[in-house]
Ligand binder design. Structure first.
Ligand code: ARG
Length: 496
């Protein structure tokens, strides 16, 4: 049937007017809750995904002889035209699935309705979300890898740049910029790993689960999974069509990543505040009234995204909690939480990477501050303990010195007070002077994972090699998506 003959049909006419009644006829075609029910606008996000899912399903139906090859050809041709016209040209409908089917029927007539044989919008929407979320999760994953790369570069450049390390926001022990950067690299590495895990579970096909109870038609679920590049089939049809734990898992992994980013952003904001680091103008803002101001606004927004992401998890989990099997329309409102979270967190990751990559570390200011607050005290106590004093006694000597000048002389009088003898009886004065020096103090803490430049080099090697492994995994994943897309196109071309 041509588009013209379709519009000869009164039903199609009504659909052309935009009430979507090609599919619903006169039932459920309107009412005051119409826009409340509709997800069509939000479904723009899965418009392309839905067309791909439709194509795979139609190809499989034709291969199995469930629909005729020429009807499949007409449907597939219509889908291509609908894609060219874009989401904005879709007729009205309760959602993108209904609207696309309506658009197909408008173009080719009633036969178009055969595309919905042996499926339901329930398995269809689940497939679309998974299809689209794979791409978005890959973008988020790539952003984590770029951030890790930036942190490795900072570490490489600043393996010897001494800086103060803090606990409770107070100077605690000297470290290096490299040690700080790699501490975040290692956390973000786990964020990558968590998202990769989630990706594995997103990448399974629910298609063919139908409404929830399977179908009487002799469908081939492995085939549609394969055509869509899914790694596996979600076997139980009720689980396939109605579970959304993959959304919750992805949102949670994103929220954990956002929490990591918020700490990183906060550190850099504090470092900028203390003059340790200078942000590039590209990642700063100024005040509309105070002309002297250069503010770390981008990083403050990165810090705030943790709130958005946590809200997404909360919204999603609250929506999903207590939902009975199988499909319930609540699920329509679950999905947008994840789109919002993945967009915000991916962008925040990219911005954090850019801000760190373009920041200038002020080595003099860092060196000047590295010894502040008697930050070498632990090293001096360690030295006394190495020389035979019980650590608790050494701690007491150094604690008294800390209150009393925090230098060699202070240590000397503390030793006389606590131990009754001069310091040199216990330890070589040169060694004490070295322990009081921030750079020497850093160099001496060469235990595995410590800040000593040598220990940091080892950490940097492992950071780089795991980054390479993860980047390969991402490359494989995105190649497998694009080759599935190309292969499906070839199958479609057999019909159109
Ligand atoms: N727009 C719906 C969603 O996002 C599609 C599924 C509708 N299914 C149904 N049984 N009403 O969940």
């Amino acid at each position: 049937m041509t588009e013209e003959s379709a519009t000869d049909d009164g039903t199609a006419d009504a659909a052309a007017e935009g009430d979507g009644s090609v599919i619903r006829r006169d039932r459920f075609s309107g009412g005051p809750a119409r826009s409340f029910l509709s997800s069509l606008e939000a479904d723009e996000r899965i418009f392309e995904a839905d067309l791909e899912v439709d194509r795979a399903h139609v190809v499989m139906l034709a291969e199995r002889g469930i629909i005729e090859a020429d009807v499949a050809g007409e449907i597939l041709t219509a889908l291509d035209a609908i894609e060219v016209d874009g989401h904005a040209s879709l007729p009205d409908g309760e959602d993108v699935h209904e609207a696309i089917e309506t658009a197909v029927i408008q173009r080719i007539g009633e036969e178009g309705g055969k595309m919905h044989t042996a499926r339901s919008r329930n398995d269809e929407v689940a497939a679309c979300i998974r299809y689209r979320l794979r791409e978005d999760a890959l973008s988020a994953l790539e952003a984590t890898c770029s951030l890790r790369e930036v942190l490795c570069e900072v570490a490489d450049e600043h393996a010897e740049t001494v800086m103060p390390g803090y606990t409770h926001l107070q100077p605690a022990q000297p470290i290096t910029v490299a040690h700080w950067a790699l501490s975040y690299e290692q956390t973000v590495r786990r964020d990558t790993a968590r998202l990769l895990e989630a990706y594995g579970r997103i990448n399974a096909s629910p298609l063919g689960g139908a409404a929830f109870a399977g179908t009487t038609f002799e469908i081939d679920r492995e085939r549609t999974a394969d055509l869509l590049g899914f790694d596996s089939v979600l076997e139980n049809s009720m689980d396939a069509s109605s579970s959304r734990d993959f959304l919750l898992e992805t949102a949670s992994a994103l929220s954990i990543l956002a929490t990591t980013l918020s700490g990183l952003a906060e550190d850099v904001i504090l470092f900028a505040n203390r003059g340790f680091v200078s942000l590039s103008d590209d990642y700063s803002s100024t005040s509309s009234i105070m002309p002297q101001k250069k503010n770390p606004d981008t990083l403050e927004l990165v810090r705030a995204v943790a709130g958005d992401a946590a809200a997404g998890v909360q919204g999603l989990q609250t929506t999903l909690k207590g939902l009975p099997r199988a499909y319930n329309r609540d699920l329509q409102r679950a999905t947008p939480h994840v789109w919002e979270a993945v967009d915000a967190v991916t962008e925040a990751t990219e911005v954090a990477a850019g801000a760190v990559a373009t920041a200038d570390w002020n080595e003099d200011a860092l060196a000047g501050a590295a010894g502040e607050g008697f930050s070498t005290a632990t090293g001096v106590a360690d030295l006394l303990a190495e020389n035979g004093l019980p650590f608790r006694t050494a701690h007491e000597v150094v604690a008294i010195a800390a209150e009393d000048g925090a230098d060699y002389d202070a240590l000397e009088s503390a030793a006389r007070e606590v131990l009754g003898e001069p310091l040199e009886v216990f330890v070589n004065p040169d060694a004490v002077e070295a322990a009081l020096d921030p750079a020497e103090s850093v160099a001496s803490r060469d235990s595995q994972g410590g800040p000593a430049p040598l220990a940091v080099r080892t950490q940097l090697e492992s950071a780089r090699s795991s980054l390479e492994t993860d980047q390969e995994k991402l490359m494989d994943a995105s190649e497998s998506l694009s080759s599935a897309h190309d292969a499906l196109r070839e199958e479609v071309n057999e019909y159109v």
